[in-house]
Design a protein. Structure first.
Length: 76
């Protein structure tokens, strides 16, 4: 049986790209009932950030679209 030739090119010395820098939103500073407003970011990206921070900090956050941006509140 013949060995199949690979369709992938194997290379060396290709540097790994730097990770994408995440925004430093003030999740840790928020008290219950406080909020902050963000522009230039999609609602989905902020909902994902809320989910990550909720797990990391054991707190609850909610985001709502407002005018030209999104507002994030700490609820618990």
């Amino acid at each position: 049986m013949e060995a199949q030739q690979s369709v992938y090119e194997i290379t060396k010395a290709i540097p790994i790209p730097q990770p994408i820098k995440r925004h430093n939103y003030p999740y840790e500073q928020l008290q219950v009932g406080e909020s902050f407003w963000v522009t230039g970011v999609t609602m989905q990206a902020l909902c994902n950030a809320n989910r990550r921070q909720s797990k990391r900090l054991d707190r609850k956050f909610v985001c709502r679209k407002e005018k030209d941006g999104v507002r994030i509140w700490r609820t618990e």
